[in-house]
Ligand binder design. Structure first.
Ligand code: ADP
Ligand code: MG
Length: 259
């Protein structure tokens, strides 16, 4: 028997396994939205240097609900700002769907912040004298839309969070839970790929916090939007797909809550 008869099947097997590895790589790659690599960030206060983050690496998948927990001052907010393009790391990089944020022009970076990321804060961050719908329309100012299109989009977003009935109410006349729902509607209005929520239930009682948590869960698991949520509440964190524990600017451990 010639050698070729033996080599041919082996060759086929090798090619097949290469193809399989390649396809697996594609699947894994396309499911990752954000990759933060070796991020560090220092702040200077007078003569003091504060190491807010030291060598943090993490990935966020599409449609993943990722919780960040850790003591006050451990670097959680700094990390969300860096991932959201609000501040730049001293070392390391943030890559979003293959684009390194630091290498983007100011214009692209502000487009990223405005339309790919939706921010939600503990204290809602609404303009108190504006109505709910006026607040939700704010991120649409830079979009090339007519007044009617802006209004319709904002209304659609308020319907999603169940607030259409109160859309003309001033923000400062709404309850805390309602204000946070307005801020979620505002975060959603540009159809973002990721919602970054920094202690979104921190100013709410547990029933109102539960409503907000349910919305965030649905955004991730039903709409496929990635959600990065900082929380102090371990009960809420336990409902995330993954929990990253941060201490003194470093990842202390990572746990999988649902399995
Ligand atoms: N703008 C800033 N200037 C100086 N120090 C800061 C600034 N922002 C945060 N820090 C410090 O960096 C550390 C991490 O802060 P932060 O990311 O806000 O933590 P966390 O959100 O976990 O409470 C803290 O020691 C904080 O005091
Ligand atoms: Mg914080």
């Amino acid at each position: 028997m010639s050698e070729n008869h033996v080599l041919a099947p082996m060759y086929t097997v090798r090619i097949a396994s290469r193809i399989r590895l390649y396809l697996l790589g594609m699947v894994l790659k396309t499911s990752i939205l954000v990759e933060a690599k070796n991020i560090s960030k220092k702040y200077h206060r007078g003569s003091e240097t504060i190491m807010a983050l030291g060598d943090v690496s993490l990935t966020i998948s599409k449609g993943e609900l990722l919780a960040i927990v850790g003591p006050s001052g451990s670097g959680k907010t700094t990390l969300t700002h860096i991932i959201g393009g609000l501040s730049t790391p001293d070392t390391g990089m943030v890559v979003v769907e293959g684009r390194e944020l630091k290498k983007q022009s100011d214009k692209l970076l502000s487009a990223y912040r405005n339309s790919e990321v939706g921010f939600i804060f503990q204290n809602f961050g609404l303009v108190p004298s504006y109505s709910a719908i006026e607040n939700v329309m704010i991120p649409l100012v830079v979009a090339n839309l007519s007044a009617k299109q802006r209004y319709d989009k904002a209304k659609e977003s308020l319907v999603l969070v169940g607030l259409q009935k109160r859309m003309h109410q001033r923000a400062d006349e709404l309850s805390g839970g309602e204000q946070q729902r307005v801020s979620i509607a505002r975060a959603l209005v540009n159809a973002p790929k990721i919602i970054i929520a920094d202690e979104p239930t921190g100013s709410l009682d547990s029933a109102r916090g539960e409503e907000i948590m349910k919305i965030l869960e649905d955004l991730a698991h039903k709409q496929g939007i990635s959600v990065l949520m900082v929380t102090h509440d371990m009960g809420l964190a336990a409902r995330a797909d993954r929990i990253i524990h941060i201490r003194d600017g470093r990842i202390e451990k990572e746990s999988h809550a649902n399995n």
